[in-house]
Design a protein around this ligand. Sequence first.
Ligand code: G3P
Length: 218
Amino acid sequence: MEFFVDTADVNEIRELAETGLLDGVTTNPSLIMKSGRDIMEVTKEICGIVDGPVSAEVTALDYEGMMREAAVLAKIADNICIKLPLTMDGLKACKALTSDGHKTNVTLCFSANQALLAAKAGATYISPFIGRLDDMAIDGMELIEDIRTIYDNYDFKTKILAASIRTVNHVKEAALIGADVATVPPSTLKALVKHPLTDKGIEGFLADWAKTGQKIGG
Ligand code: G3P
C-alpha cells in the first residue's frame, strides 16, 4: 500500500518525507486555506519535497474552466496530479487530461457507480471518502470493498486512493481490502507506528541494558 499525506503543511510533509515512507501528497482547497499560503507557491514547494504525485485540485465547475486551471496547475511541476470533482464536467476533463498524459485524481467519490465512471474516464486515482460516509452512519469501508470488486472484475487500472481517513483503523481496514493508496492526515500517519507494548518493551530492554554497564561501539 502506498502512503500519501493529506495536507498542505510543508513542515509536516518534510518531516514525513525524511522517513522514506511517503509516496505522495494530496491537497484540496480546504487544506490550502488551512495552510494560509498561495496555492501556486505552496504547491511548488511541496512538489520539490516529494518525488511522488502531488494532487492539486481545480476549483472551476465547468469543463472549460477546469481545463484552463489544470493547464496552470500542471505547469507547476512534473509530479502534479490534477484533482477533479466527480461531476460530468469533471469526468470529461479527466478523460481529456488523461489522454494528454496527465495524472488525474477524481475526488469526492461516495458511490461505487461514481467510481465506475471515473475508471471509464481513465482516472489515475479515484478518491472515495471514508470518514465523510461514516459521519452519515454509512459504512465507508463497504464502498472501498465494492470499488475493489468492480475494478478487479474489469481489470481497471485506476488506483483506489482511500481518502477522508480519520483513524488508524481506517488505514488497516483499507489495506485489508486492498486499496492501492491511503491518503492520511499527518497525525494519523504518525500514529500508525505507535503501540504501548512497543514502548513498554523498549523501556524494559533499556532498563536491563543499563544493568550490564555495556555500550555498543565503545
Ligand atoms: O483530501 C480529501 C479528504 O481526505 C478530506 O478528508 O477529513 O476533510 O473528510 P476530510
